[in-house]
Design a protein. Structure first.
Length: 94
């Protein structure tokens, strides 16, 4: 199946996974997605940094900024992408 997906990506039949800016479009509410975020930092022990994690959009915006679950107010999600399909051994039934 992975080879078929790779062929679809190359042929342009299936879009290659890419980051989607939150200003372009938001995921469905409560859908788990991969998010790229910026953490503004809260102290010397938690300095500013950029990261990637799995989260979900809660459907709420604070000051027009989308709120993603499990990420505090010190984090701003910049972009997201759908999660890949789970790994399966070749020959496993779907």
């Amino acid at each position: 199946m992975d080879n078929i997906k790779a062929d679809f990506y190359k042929a342009g039949v299936m879009p290659f996974p890419r980051w989607i800016s939150v200003t372009e479009r938001l995921p469905e509410v409560d859908e788990n997605v991969l998010v790229s975020y910026h953490f503004r930092g809260e102290s010397e022990f938690f300095p500013p940094h950029d990261g990637v994690t799995i989260s979900y959009w809660t459907g709420v915006k604070n000051h027009n900024i989308p709120h993603f679950g499990d990420l505090g107010d010190a984090s701003t999600v910049l972009a997201w992408m759908p999660l890949p399909e789970p790994y399966r051994e070749e020959g496993d039934a779907e």
